[in-house]
Design a protein around this ligand. Structure first.
Ligand SMILES: NC(=O)c1ccc[n+]([C@@H]2O[C@H](COP(=O)([O-])OP(=O)(O)OC[C@H]3O[C@@H](n4cnc5c(N)ncnc54)[C@H](O)[C@@H]3O)[C@@H](O)[C@H]2O)c1
Length: 260
């Protein structure tokens, strides 16, 4: 019987978009759980902290590195996987990098569409593909966790293009789970609701703070914004042996928003 714990000692975890926000918290949690953490992000310096993610983990006695990566370029994802081999090769891949481009449906341009799909959908697809190919090559029955969204299910005004990317993440997760099960690789996702990161700041930066909070929190039964740590806990669970019989699942981390 395997040891059903959330201890990642000796494992290597590659996380995309771990410089800031949710990805950073996921990285810190994996670092605290004993993993070697690789942050594959286009930016090295966090928007929301003073110390880069990998330096913070190292400062706390863990092992971590930054691997400059633009996930919209599949070759750069493959390069990150090659770098990961220097650290033992990935056991867990977290495809978390994402960006938000809002706008009126009638105004969204092909360039904006390509840009948001390049990161949110193509980045996740090729992140899954590259990680899976590497795991199969090394005979590793690893785990992949993708950051989807409440927007994978729910349409909201002025964000058709974002919602469409997150709908794609849902089906990449389910499809890849189906394709990779024979290799013992599990693929799951998390679906954040309103999480307090700079992402929300970007979303409606011209709205006054109070109005923003009211607008964002109105639909949330638990009555508060989520925090990156709320999402990170679900990611670690899905990546762990505790979730050994879970694949193709997306856990909503939304304060109950989907109930209503
Ligand atoms: N914050 C929310 O309310 C919320 C809700 C649902 C889903 N999400 C999803 O969670 C994920 C993280 O969002 P966040 O709120 O932490 O945002 P964030 O903007 O704080 O962090 C996003 C991270 O992705 C990185 N990134 C952006 N483009 C990249 C690229 N091309 N290649 C590599 N890295 C890139 C950024 O540098 C940053 O470190 C995203 O996929 C987002 O869609 C967020």
């Amino acid at each position: 019987m395997p040891d059903y714990t959330q201890d990642f000692d000796g494992e290597t975890v590659l996380i995309t978009g771990a410089t800031s926000g949710i990805g950073r918290e996921i990285a810190l949690r994996f670092g605290a759980a004993g993993a070697t953490v690789l942050n594959a992000d286009i930016e090295r310096e966090p928007k929301d902290a003073d110390v880069p993610t990998h330096e913070r983990i190292r400062g706390e006695g863990g092992e971590a590195a930054y691997v400059e990566t633009d996930v919209s370029n599949p070759e750069e994802i493959e390069d990150a996987l090659v770098t990961a081999r220097e650290y033992g090769g990935v056991d867990v891949m977290v495809n978390n990098a994402g960006l938000f481009i809002g706008g009126d449906f009638l105004d969204i341009t092909p360039a904006e569409f390509d840009s948001i799909f390049g990161v949110n959908a193509k980045g996740v697809f090729f992140g899954c593909q590259a990680a899976a190919a590497d795991m199969i090559d090394r005979g590793v029955e690893g785990s992949i966790v993708n950051t989807a969204s409440i927007s994978s299910w729910m349409a909201q005004h002025d964000q058709v293009q974002y919602d469409a990317t997150k709908g794609a993440v849902k089906m990449v997760t389910r499809g890849a789970a189906l394709e990779l099960a024979e290799h013992g690789i599990r693929v799951n996702g998390v679906g954040p609701g309103q999480i307090a990161t700079e992402f929300i700041e970007d979303w409606s930066e011209d709205a006054p703070q109070a109005a923003k909070e009211e607008e964002f929190l109105k639909p949330v039964p638990l009555g508060r914004a989520g925090y990156p740590r709320d999402v990170a806990g679900a990611v670690l669970f899905l990546a762990s042996e505790d979730a050994a019989y879970i694949s193709g699942e997306i856990i909503m981390v939304d304060g109950g928003w989907q109930i209503i």
